[in-house]
Design a protein around this ligand. Sequence first.
Ligand SMILES: O=C(O)CCC(=O)C(=O)O
Ligand SMILES: [Fe+2]
Length: 315
Amino acid sequence: MGSRNTLRLPVIDFSTQELEWDLVKGQVREALEEYGAFEALFDKVPNLELWQAIFGTFEEIFDLPLEIKRRNVYRKSSLGYIGQSPVVPLYESIAVDRANVLEKVDQGFTNILFPEGNPTLSKNIQSFTEQVAKLDEIIRRMILESFGLEKYMDEHLNSTTYTLRGFKYTSPKTTESKVGLIPHQDKNMISILYQLNEVDGLEIQTKDGEWISVKASPESFIVVIGESLHAWLNGRLSAVYHRVMMTGDKARYSLGLFSVAKDGYLVKAPEEMVDEEHPLLYKPFDFAKFLEYLGNNRKQGGQKVELTLKAYCGA
Ligand SMILES: O=C(O)CCC(=O)C(=O)O
Ligand SMILES: [Fe+2]
């Protein structure tokens, strides 16, 4: 596998007042076919103060003793706290499930951490999610249109909900690169990543196995395709491998908004995507059950099992 280079991901501008829909749709399709990822400019969103406010609370959580984080955050909320594992010691993250629904944020996240309530936090999380979700929706509309799948638009868009995750990568305090997050494909539909401070580290793998270092800017998001969308499109787009590499003496902070299929919804490739040339790759699957399978295998020390969607429901 090659070394990191200075290639840049395609940059796509979603921010003009009158978005040139067909032109941008073509750019999205091309970037996703080549890289499974791109950099998106989206002026309807940047509200750094709001995001830093959300992250300020996440940081307070990161600063709690591990025992308390695990007990209060991980067990009681549905996805919660992950971190301080021997495999990726620099990585920690906190998740808010159903982050687009105010009462779910209140019940599943805020009220657990702040029994006396913290309506501002819930509102900030929900409004961040709502704004970034607009970008997720535009991208998915463009993808469906570009594959001629308009008749599935409402069903597809209604089939998902959003998880918001905050990440902290502790500095390795070395000049040599250390793994912050191991190479992986996301499991969900689409991930939209936003780096909150000046410490870069995200890398995207190209088809030739080269790693592209992403140079983050406050104006842009990194959009990444996950395995669920890859499966729903029966392999027409690939879920891109990416990782985080850390050097130096500063921590890295980022946020990610993940569109995920709702519990109980079967992710199933439309018949238009299946033909002789493209035989069905995955049996229909329930995303929540897939996550459960991943969790159970990990708990049983199943690291040697290939924990991919293919292993779970390959056709
Ligand atoms: O922190 C980042 O920029 C990447 C996070 C990521 O890839 C993930 O959570 O799946
Ligand atoms: Fe990821």
